[in-house]
Design a protein around this ligand. Structure first.
Ligand SMILES: *Cc1c(COP(=O)(O)O)cnc(C)c1O
Length: 376
């Protein structure tokens, strides 16, 4: 059986967890949370990194920081995970969906002008598969209209756009350390704050609306309830696990990149024959091999591909079901453009297994996939 994903252990996770226990603090913001945050700050160059219990939590914090309310609009792709939209819908805001680019499957920056109204407050670029959105254009549009840019960089750790790490480019960025992401602690995330003006309030929102962080730094002499907030911290147990993974982030990424490249070379002849389309990574993007996908001719071919792979115990999956025609998407959001690329991608995309440790079995995945692609 070759599963679609298998979480990787570097070998030091349990040692760090027992160190956290020995240090006598298992709740958030202990020594391992500090190590992880500092690592992210130096790696990404963000002003402040705040560890959270998920990327969903980081996006919810971003929505609170953006101060969006009922009727405000937030532009995002429909081809994304539900949390991108939910975070803003929870504040009463309206997700305004735009179509994606044919090449990167990222939000099409040329559609932003169509989507902007006098209620628009923010743009949420999602860096699909760890390949950056066209950030210079997005930042230009945002600046012209006074909008916040909140990067959904859930898949983007160790990726960059024109040399700038993802999540560190907009006003705010959100990372995920979910089991299916490159660097993981099971469930985890981080809010990256790039605009220094947002830091104080970000800390308060994360600490249940109290100024506890300022208290611990000695900036105030007691801590109290000062704003809205919630519990977005992650436990030290998760941070300890995550620290082991961060220490290996470069090696993990390199091993994923090698697998990605092997798939890419193996499917080149199939692309030339018109049987599949392979991922496209623009020159200015360095990616992290978060996923390897293929675009098949149509839904029927994709369904057959996944079924045939599963018959030989190889786990392949598809995603995303677009948000705009979903029951909640129709209720809470609206479309600002046609959705032809989103809908066609959703029908045709299949993700292949890619995880550290797959190496000895990757040829079997490739051989079987090629057999299925060429057989009528
Ligand atoms: C994984 C993912 C999320 C959610 O991450 P969690 O840490 O599971 O909350 C959000 N957006 C995108 C694009 C994702 O891939």
């Amino acid at each position: 059986m070759i599963p679609f994903n298998r979480p990787y252990l570097t070998g030091r996770e349990l040692q760090f967890i027992s160190e956290a226990h020995a240090a006598g603090q298992l709740s958030g913001d202990g020594q391992f949370t500090a190590k992880c945050s500092e690592w992210l700050e130096s790696q990404i160059g963000c002003y402040k990194s705040l560890l959270t219990h998920s990327c969903t939590a980081a996006l919810e914090m971003a929505a609170l920081l953006a101060q969006v309310g009922p009727g405000d609009e937030v532009i995002m792709p429909s081809y994304t995970f539900v949390s991108t939209a939910n975070a803003f819908v929870l504040r009463g805001a309206v997700p305004v969906f735009v179509d994606i680019r044919e090449d990167t499957l990222n939000l099409d920056e040329n559609l932003l002008d169509l989507a902007i109204t006098d209620r628009t407050r923010a743009i949420v670029p999602v860096h699909y598969a760890g390949v950056a959105c066209e950030m210079d254009s997005i930042l230009d549009v945002a600046q012209q209209h006074g909008l916040l840019v909140i990067e959904d960089a859930a898949q983007g750790i160790m990726s960059a756009y024109k040399g700038r790490p993802l999540g560190g480019i907009g006003h705010l960025g959100a990372l995920s350390f979910h089991e299916t992401k490159n660097i993981t602690c099971g469930e985890g995330g981080a809010l990256l704050v790039n605009d220094p003006k947002l830091v104080d309030r970000a800390e308060i929102i994360r600490e249940k609306g109290t100024n506890r962080s300022q208290f611990f730094r000695g900036q105030v002499d007691k801590y109290t309830w000062v704003d809205v907030g919630s519990s977005y911290l992650t436990s030290e147990l998760c941070a300890a696990f995550l620290w082991a993974q961060m220490l290996e982030a470069r090696a993990i990424t390199d091993r994923r990149l090698a697998q990605w490249q092997r798939y890419h070379e193996a499917f080149e002849p199939a692309e030339r024959l018109g049987l599949v389309r392979r991922p496209i990574v623009p020159e200015e993007c360095s990616h992290n091999a978060h996923m390897y996908y293929l675009l098949l001719p149509d839904l029927e071919a994709r369904t057959r591909f996944i079924d045939e792979m599963s018959k030989v115990d190889i786990g392949c999956v598809f995603h995303y079901v677009p948000l705009h025609p979903s029951p909640a998407g129709r209720l809470h959001g609206r479309c600002a453009s046609g959705m032809a690329v989103t809908e066609s991608t959703s029908d045709r995309l299949v993700r292949l297994p890619l995880w550290v440790g797959l190496e000895p079995e990757q040829d079997r995945v490739i051989e079987r996939a090629l057999d299925i692609l060429v057989s009528p």
